[in-house]
Design a protein around this ligand. Sequence first.
Ligand code: SF4
Ligand code: SF4
Length: 292
Amino acid sequence: MTTSLLLQAPCVEMERLENLWFQLSKTACNLKCKNCFLSCTNKYNVKSFLQMDKIKSSLLDSKDTLKAVYLTGGEPLIHPDFNNILRLCLKFADTTVLTNGTMLNDKKTRFLKQIQQDYSYELIFRVSLDSYDENKNDAIRGYGNFRKVLSGIQNLLKYDFNPIISVVNFEGEEEELIKSKFAEVFKIIDFEVEDINFKIIPPLKLGGCKNIYGDYSDTDFVSTEMMKNKEFDCKNSRIVADDGVYACASLVNDFRGKVGSSMKDFSKRVFLESNACYTCATCKTRMFNNNW
Ligand code: SF4
Ligand code: SF4
């Protein structure tokens, strides 16, 4: 009798849970970008939001090793209980809000600063833009949003936040070119973004992004060779979504990324079976967590 060897995807074993993510608003967003890898929609209801008790219990279950909290969506700022969630997270760790930046008007930003001032942990905003070219950005994100985001960044600066700029490199441009083009744009609002606050990542060819930029090829999987000297976010991070715990933000709702039902009891091991893991492996920085 012969035994055939099954090919198995490489796996990542978690060492310590340091970064806890929450998908606050599933696929609900105030925008409807054509290239959204989650195919988010601006039609949502009360069921679209993560419940506070789940957030609280997850924080308590993770607090011993926790270093950073991340709030994402969709657009996390549309969560009806966002302010209280933020207050809760800031009791535990530095908290990064991943936002499209369009809701950061003066009043809202001033209010968020007031919240931050009650805590010693830092509140950080990571703001996404698709292109330094206003027309290209707005063709994907909706007319007028480029200027809204610049205004949001301006408000963050006004209230002494130090925003991270997040750019998906859809066109495969040189990073130095992207940075210099954005630097020209940000001159208008007198903003000099530091290198460490510039997060440029490759596209996850899922959802709307796949429709525009094409699918992965049959060979776009992580090889053992690609694992060498690479730090994957799933080594020290997990994301809590409405229906359980996942390895990372790109695999929410993908059964291959599901690692458990709660932060009390989840698998430390993740098999890199998804094409999204391939994107992760080609990313020069960490794909999801902040660059520091
Ligand atoms: S890409 Fe971001 S801003 Fe655009 S629809 Fe998706 S979650 Fe919303
Ligand atoms: S997409 Fe990246 S972070 Fe997520 S499981 Fe795959 S390798 Fe890990």
